[in-house]
Design a protein around this ligand. Structure first.
Ligand code: TXA
Ligand code: MG
Length: 330
């Protein structure tokens, strides 16, 4: 049986039961501002193993460690000056930094997949309160079966992983709706390993540097989870549709009607008022809705590529990618 506690009505009970469950080495689904995470004690190998098992996730794909404050972060990683500046500006928030791990940090190598770097982030909201109370970092990937769309509500988590999970904390729909932006500073270069909920333009403005995008960031793809097709709905996905075929599900943006949409199985608009922030928050829930209507194809209307549009289009492209290399899905 999965226990679901609403953090808005029972915050104290949610904190107490979450900490008890984590101390038993069991994963807990926690609400973060980006997406719901499947969290476990980052220092406990049994607990981390359970995350990989529950998600069906390959063990070479490292997990992000979530911390409550800077003091906790500094116990586990070393900050270079640029990363420090980014963390100070954007934490708590949708930014993950890849940083050198301190020797004998206590984070179990299963969480970092044996790398000498650690993906680290200070989340906003109730999940941060859980980490603060628990007193140790929580390793947490998105709380979905590997290869599926990330959950932006407690219901999404319950539908996907419900039977396997002891506890889900429900804080309502995730505010941002896209996973964190992942950054790695390399000397005086800043690499964007994954576009996400923090707008790249804000990072460029703060640092005065143009980020190196995945295509130009070097030959190897550095966030192992970014290799494969994931965020995959059951339906096929068609990008940048100019029209809609009868029976397709349509997801469009900015109130822009497409020819043929009157014969669509369903028409969903990510943001009728053309707000990319609203579109990001709705994206995963709308993909699930479109999928659930049984259409064999989801057509996406054009979406602007600036700002958060870059991360939105990245996720749609991944949903549209061939599904034959699932090894590194997250
Ligand atoms: O918003 C988020 O980031 C959410 C919430 C729960 O915090 N988490 C999330 O985790 O999206 P996950 O596991 O689904 O994606 C984490 C990505 C993976 O692609 C993984 O390969 C990459 O981060 N990653 C983690 N540690 C890394 C490291 N040391 N070096 C390179 N990439 C790393
Ligand atoms: Mg994921």
């Amino acid at each position: 049986m999965t226990l679901i506690i609403d953090t808005r009505t029972e915050p104290e009970r949610a904190l107490a039961v979450a900490c008890e469950t984590l101390a038993q080495g069991l994963p807990v689904a926690i609400p973060t501002e980006t997406v719901y995470g499947l969290a476990a004690d980052a220092t406990n190998p049994d607990a981390i193993s359970r995350i990989y098992e529950m998600k069906g996730r390959p063990r070479f794909n490292p997990l992000i460690c979530h911390v409550a404050d800077f003091d906790m972060a500094r116990c586990y990683v070393d900050f270079d000056p640029i990363s420090q500046k980014l963390a100070q500006a954007f934490w708590p928030g949708p930014l993950t930094l890849i940083l050198p791990m301190k020797p004998r940090s206590g984070v179990h190598p299963l969480a970092s997949a044996g790398l000498d770097t650690l993906g680290i982030r200070m989340p906003e909201g109730f999940s941060r309160a859980v980490i603060k109370r628990y007193g140790k970092p929580l390793a947490a990937p998105s709380a979905n079966t590997s290869g599926k769309i990330s959950p932006t509500s407690a219901e999404h988590v319950a539908t996907d992983l419900g039977g396997k999970l002891a506890l889900i904390l429900d804080a309502g729909p995730a505010e941002i709706g896209l996973e964190s932006t992942i950054i790695k500073v390399d000397g005086d270069e800043i690499r964007l390993l994954r576009p996400g909920g923090l707008d790249v333009a804000d990072i460029e403005k703060l640092t005065g540097k143009t980020l190196l995008r995945p295509e130009t960031a070097g030959a190897a793809i550095e966030a192992p989870g970014m290799l494969a097709s994931h965020y995959a709905p059951a339906a096929a996905v068609r990008l940048n549709a100019a029209d809609v075929k009868p029976g397709e599900a349509l997801i469009r943006f900015g109130g822009a009607a497409l020819p043929g949409e009157e014969k669509a199985a369903v028409v969903l608009d990510l943001s009728p008022s053309a707000s990319l922030r609203e579109a990001a928050a709705n994206l995963f829930a709308y993909m699930k809705k479109a999928d659930a209507c049984g259409a064999t194809t989801i057509a996406f209307g054009p979406i602007p590529s600036e700002g958060l549009g870059e991360a939105i289009i990245d996720r749609i492209e991944r949903a549209a990618a061939p599904r034959d290399i699932p090894e590194a899905a997250t």
